[in-house]
Design a protein around this ligand. Structure first.
Ligand code: ADP
Ligand code: MG
Length: 274
């Protein structure tokens, strides 16, 4: 009896040790419970192994998602489900759900979200980024301001080539807020190289408050702007968002922001009428 128990204890220890050596942590954690359930339910050996392996695979998936989410540097975590499509009718809900299937990513296509501030460009870009991560794709989010800062540091440290290679690696690169600041010649040339290198290989989601016609102003060089746009747009979807800022929605409702005639209707508390 004691001998049998000892043997079982040794086997258990050895299993723990081996699972540890093989870095199968979740299996090590659950092996007793699953073995007990197997005995209770009279599972076959294969069913037992299947259950145990499933736990490890699920653990690895979770870890991978956590890691990819960290590496993506998203400014916030919001999904398509959190987007109120009724507030922004110029965004086609069906098109967004189609984009969230990530077919565009498989084909290396780009997406451009254009529109004024606060209409949800970054939200939608982030939501597609999160959809990509959930399918275990690598994503990297960068605002153009941060990119410009990086580039000016990189020039001094002679690391532009390294930066270019790094930004070509993620399957999806999100460049947020193109157009708030002009790009000098060096930055524009870098953008050209980045877009060219990623062309048809890795997707770019770009958001901008500027229409394509105004891109010449962002780049100062019209020829370069055209060349960049040409590659960006060749395999791409453009989503033009025309509408009100979601950020100002509450303020409009409270009657703080009454600049536009249409907004007057939404004023809830207008002291002059009380
Ligand atoms: P933009 O990038 O166009 O300036 P954001 O995507 O940053 O706008 O949106 C501003 C804020 O409003 C974010 O917190 C975003 O989640 C929220 N938001 C914008 N549009 C919507 C919407 N239609 N439904 C829900 N939240 C929205
Ligand atoms: Mg934004």
């Amino acid at each position: 009896m004691t001998v049998g128990n000892n043997a079982a204890a040794l086997t258990y220890e050895r299993i723990q040790l081996r699972l540890d050596q093989l870095k199968l942590g979740r299996m090590a954690e659950h092996v007793d419970a699953v073995a007990e359930e197997a005995a209770n339910q009279e599972w076959t050996y294969l069913t037992f192994l299947d259950h145990l392996l499933e736990l490890e695979v699920a653990a690895r998936y979770e870890r991978d998602i956590v890691m990819k989410t960290r590496l993506a540097h998203l400014p916030f975590h919001k999904t398509l489900d959190q987007f109120d499509f009724s507030f922004q009718p110029s965004v086609n809900e069906r098109q967004m759900h189609e984009l969230a299937t990530l077919r565009f990513l498989a084909h290396g296509e780009n997406i451009l979200f254009l529109g004024p501030p606060g209409v949800g460009k970054t939200h939608l870009a982030v939501a597609l980024g999160m959809a990509a991560i959930s399918q275990r794709q690598s994503v990297y989010f960068l605002t153009m301001v941060d990119l410009l800062e990086m580039l000016h540091r990189d020039v001094k440290e002679d690391r532009l080539g390294h930066r270019l290679r790094t930004l070509c690696k993620p399957k999806l690169l999100i460049l947020d807020e193109m157009g708030y600041f002009p790009l000098d010649r060096m930055a524009a040339q870098f953008m050209f190289q980045l877009v060219s290198r990623r062309y048809q290989k890795g997707s770019i989601i770009l958001t901008s408050n500027k229409s394509f016609g105004e891109w010449g102003d962002i780049f100062t060089d019209q020829v370069l702007a055209t060349a960049i746009l040409d590659r960006l747009l060749h395999h791409s979807a453009t989503v033009n968002i025309r509408g009100h800022s979601y950020r100002l929605r509450q303020k409009r409702k409270a009657g703080v922001f009454t600049g536009i005639a249409e907004d007057q209707k939404e004023v809830v508390a207008d002291p002059s009428t009380e």
